[in-house]
Design a binder for this molecule. Structure first.
Ligand code: MCA
Ligand code: AMP
Length: 512
């Protein structure tokens, strides 16, 4: 049988000359250059290490480490060994990690050395057998152990429908759900984007996104690897440093905040962007002002695309001129092979141009939520379409525009924040009766999290204390930028909190 392991497909795309550079670091103390052979050998050693642990098939490998080339190699090594990769945002705090590890029951956990104490405690309690460390300076037990392994490894035989990764994503209610993505989901999406965006072996990608979400881990990394193209690797986004490397690059991908911050760099101009061929934006709405300013400043029209953790990429503005214009404010056309339809609340199809719920279908759509068959069922229609929770329309030319979300979700700097989760944590704080969390326009993050808190009768609640308490409990990007203490929340006649009123009331907070 033909091996459908995603790693095997990526490996097959490596250039013939394995001694050419694959990844070059941009912000390590010394510039490091990794060849394709290095990638091949290191992923083989990691895969061999994992296989030596005699883990059962389908074992999850949960990873919360700083971004480094070795962290990418770990991802690829997990795929190569045929296990299931579970990336975790570095901002997650102990209670969040406890939930993910408890829910996913990983056989292996890899964390930063400085977090080993608390992460290993959580992991061992959840039944994890192996906890390794991996630090940004290439130290840690993972590489120490992998170092003794052979540099050859035959990628594990996997079918297209076998699991490659689990990505946790929250819902409007309840806890985070693990979206199960298969080798086939990820490979089909990578191949589609490879063709649609015209990836070439001589491309040079500036990789400046985190690698624990779809955008940086799959869209950007798979794109370059499948093209056999070189990456300039930033462990952290620094607009000035990224701008300085634009003259050597051809492709850049970012969430809108990255473009906003790059526009504040005077060195981003037509001259420094002359060699670029593709700028991609996504994960959150790109403001038309940013889209226009980028075009005026650099002469390049950003390709905005739309996707989800459950589906990888769904739509994209065209890259090739013959496919159409790139239209600001839209997310382009459904990608080849992706079905997209718009329905009303009763599940009836809506005519062109009318606004409704976006539903999708295709080889990229996940196979379900980890150990949540009921939730999975709820999110699919009877005829097998996935309900995205995004609200939008398809115009007469076929362009998709997202106008809002039916899910209560704030996207801040490309990270998703679920108000229900933050409200739950605030409501647990001493003296708090209830709270409402909303997103308001923010010039840098697109949306910023704001909380409105009602104290219990007789209690006093201080906004800065709420913020300080939340910083101990949840990832920093979820912490409200502003907290208001009020006597009561606005409610409609049904008793439901009127979040639209709160959003309206605070919309000018950040000059948005
Ligand atoms: C950092 N801070 C934030 C955010 N990031 N606040 C709100 N929203 C954020 N996104 C706050 C921290 O809490 C901290 O506050 C202060 O900013 C500095 O933190 P630092 O980590 O130094 O920030 P930064 O390095 O400037 O990070 C900003 C960033 C980062 C580069 C924009 O957020 C980022 O890399 N975003 C990209 C996310 C991404 O890749 N999303 C793709 C998801 P304090 O000092 O008060 O603690 S994939 C997806 O959505 C789908 C599938 C798709 O379509 O792609
Ligand atoms: P995640 O849960 O991180 O997978 O986030 C997926 C959500 O991000 C989608 O359901 C959309 O609401 C949003 N999203 C992604 N790309 C775009 C875009 N280009 N424009 C508007 N929203 C987007």
């Amino acid at each position: 049988m033909n091996n459908q392991n995603l790693f095997a497909a990526l490996r097959a795309a490596f250039p013939a000359d394995l001694d050419t550079p694959a990844i070059e670091t941009a912000d390590t103390p010394q510039r490091l250059v990794y060849t394709w052979r290095d990638l091949d050998h290191a992923t083989a050693m990691i895969a061999n290490l994992l296989q030596s642990l005699e883990l059962p098939a389908g074992t999850r490998v949960a990873v919360q480490t700083e971004k480094s080339v070795e962290a990418l190699m770990l991802y690829l090594g997990v795929l190569r060994a045929g296990y299931v990769y579970l990336p975790l945002n570095t901002a997650y705090q102990a209670s969040e990690i406890e939930y993910f590890i408890g829910n996913a029951e990983p056989g292996v956990v890899v964390c930063s050395g400085r977090n080993f104490g608390w992460v290993s405690k959580i992991a061992f309690k959840a039944g994890t057998q192996h906890v390794f460390t991996l630090n940004e300076d290439r130290s840690g037990t993972l590489l120490e152990r992998a170092y003794h392994q052979p540099t050859q490894h035959e990628p594990a035989q996997r079918g297209a429908d076998e699991l490659a990764a689990i990505l946790y994503t929250s819902g409007t209610t309840g806890r985070s759900k693990g979206a199960m993505l298969t080798h086939g989901n990820l490979l089909s999406n990578a191949q589609t984007l490879h063709a649609y965006w015209g990836w070439r072996a001589d491309d040079v990608l500036i990789h400046a996104l985190p690698i624990f979400h779809v955008h940086g881990l799959f869209v950007a990394s798979h794109g370059a690897l499948l093209a056999g193209a070189r990456m300039i690797w930033f462990s952290k986004f620094d607009p000035q440093a990224v701008a300085a490397r634009l003259p050597e690059a051809t492709v850049f991908m970012g969430v809108p905040t990255l473009y906003v911050r790059l526009l504040a760099e005077p060195s981003v101009n037509r001259e420094t962007c002359a060699g670029m061929r593709l700028f991609v934006a996504g994960s959150a709405p790109l403001l038309i002002e940013t889209f226009n300013e980028w075009r005026n400043r650099t002469g390049h029209t950003i390709v905005e695309r739309y996707g989800m953790s459950e589906t990888a990429m769904l739509t994209s503005n065209p890259y090739h001129a013959q496919d159409g214009d790139r239209r600001g404010g839209t997310v382009g056309f459904p990608l080849p092979g992706v079905g997209l339809r718009v329905q009303d609340d009763q599940g009836q199809p809506l005519p062109t141009g009318e606004i409704g719920g976006i539903q999708v279908k295709g080889p990229n759509v996940f196979v379900g939520y980890w150990r949540m068959p009921e939730k999975t069922k709820e999110e699919f229609t009877a005829d097998g379409w996935f309900k995205t929770g995004d609200v939008g329309l398809v115009d007469e030319r076929g362009y998709v525009t997202i106008v809002g979300r039916s899910k209560d979700l704030v996207i801040s700097g490309g990270y998703n924040v679920y108000p229900a989760e933050v409200e739950g944590v605030i409501n647990e704080l001493p003296g708090v009766s209830e709270s409402a969390v909303v997103g308001v326009p923010h010039p840098d993050f697109g949306e910023a999290v704001v909380a409105v808190v009602v104290p219990r009768a007789g209690a006093t609640v201080q906004p800065d204390e709420v913020i300080a308490a939340l910083k101990q409990r949840i990832a920093n990007f979820k912490v409200p930028k502003q907290v208001y203490v009020v006597p009561e929340l606005p409610r409609n006649t049904m008793g439901k909190v009127q979040k639209n009123l709160l959003r309206d009331q605070h919309k000018g907070l950040f000059g948005g």
